[in-house]
Ligand binder design. Sequence first.
Ligand code: 13P
Length: 257
Amino acid sequence: MPKQRAKLVVGNWKMHGRLAENAALLEAVAQGAAELPESVRVGVCVPFPYLAQAQALLAGSRVAWGAQDVSEHTQGAYTGEVAAAMIVDFGSSLVVVGHSERRTYHHEGAELVAVKTQRALEAGLTPIVCVGETLEQREAGEMHQVVGEQIDAVLAKLSAQEAVRIVVAYEPIWAIGTGKSATSQQAQEVHAFLRERLVAKGAQDVPLLYGGSVKPENAEELFREPDIDGGLVGGASLKYKDFLAICEAAGAVSVTQ
Ligand code: 13P
């Protein structure tokens, strides 16, 4: 019987949270994560001001933490930017790079996303590189071209040794925050395509997460797919019961079948 890959579930809080509510959420997630099988890894990516709080409440737990963006620069006169080393200063191990909300609202292009990925790796962070197509691009049959270009731009800048240290998240833009997840078949199809690109780079074991309306009801079905190694969870990561239920779904399919 084949053994499923270990799973990784990461919450992306986006621009949500306040100190008091975060504390309750982080404590509940840390407690719940302690009960998960070893084959599931859990993380949360919080707004920059809450990195210290995440560190204080998650240190020593099973839950990793990190940020949602990183500067392309290492330091200097870049008002408002946050360097990778600053994120590391708070014990972080993760950072989301190239989320579609940054590509869309902050005009981040493929080249910039690739440089940010490098900065994260240099600082010792695990970059979660997001790729995904719009509904128009999918309907025009351009989805492989779009996600292929997005992943290639990043892989082209990395050595094979660097490439094995990233995580990739496929997040179809039409599925983000809409309640309308990709079907497990739709997601698996793109994941298999992305896996080929990673294999060509010698990075076949890079975790491939799916993101876009992951919830307790659809998580297990998604995570059963052979190339879906976990999830990048937005809205549902703000409710500890939902987030832990998604982590449990990952646990249910990450043991020997
Ligand atoms: P939702 O889970 O809210 O659809 O968000 C997905 C996402 O963008 C995670 O990065």
